[in-house]
Design a protein around this ligand. Sequence first.
Ligand code: FPP
Length: 242
Amino acid sequence: MLGFAKKALVSEADSPAESTGPRHVAIIMDGNGRWAKKRHLPRALGHKKGVEAVREIVRYAATTGLEALSLYAFSSENWKRPEDEVSDLMGLLRAFIKSDIDEFAANDVRLKILGNYKVLAPDIIELIEDAITRTAHNTRTTLAVALNYGAQDELVRAAQAAAAEGAITEEAITRHLDTADMPPLDLVIRTSGEQRLSNFMLWQAAYAELWFTDTLWPDFGPEEFGRALAEFTTRERRYGGR
Ligand code: FPP
């Protein structure tokens, strides 16, 4: 009864994200390379600008009541990129965790990783694990960064874990996904005009709303993110019913 009363009060009084807004948003951050190319700059600068956009979006997300934000930072297919680009991305990841972990900790943001990050460089693994430990008890917003992530690989791992328990059911697979302790995925955003999921959250996106924008990731800011969250509240979700 207590939980019920609390819920009614929250939905009347709070921001859209806390009432009818999404609980969990995933973003496919695309277009760093094109952003740089348009300006005759090296791709590395596009990624650097992309990290600045990440920072702004995470800061904003924490103010909206959003429970979880998942960001596709490095896919299991991104290893195919030239060595110097992979190394630039890893360098940016290293710098991002070092510079932003204090702010996450102070703002009650919990850091989580989707995908098998254990294959990354030992110093990055250490930074990640330290950041996870430091923010483990934070409850305001979960920031899930997908690193060496591929949804098909995640599904195989989840199915294997379910089989080892004795039964491959929807419930068991969901429980063994990297997102197991996160709210259901409500909204997937992809920037840069591409309209595909690219092996991101395939299981979780089963009933998620999709939102596409031509904006290149480095130019995607809180204002446009806010518009996506607001538009979500106008969508009618039927989950296969009528
Ligand atoms: C797509 O741009 C973006 C990525 C490869 C991943 C996103 C990475 C970042 C925003 C920087 C690192 C993130 C963190 C959290 C440290 P693209 O190179 O595919 O762009 P293009 O399609 O225009 O070439």
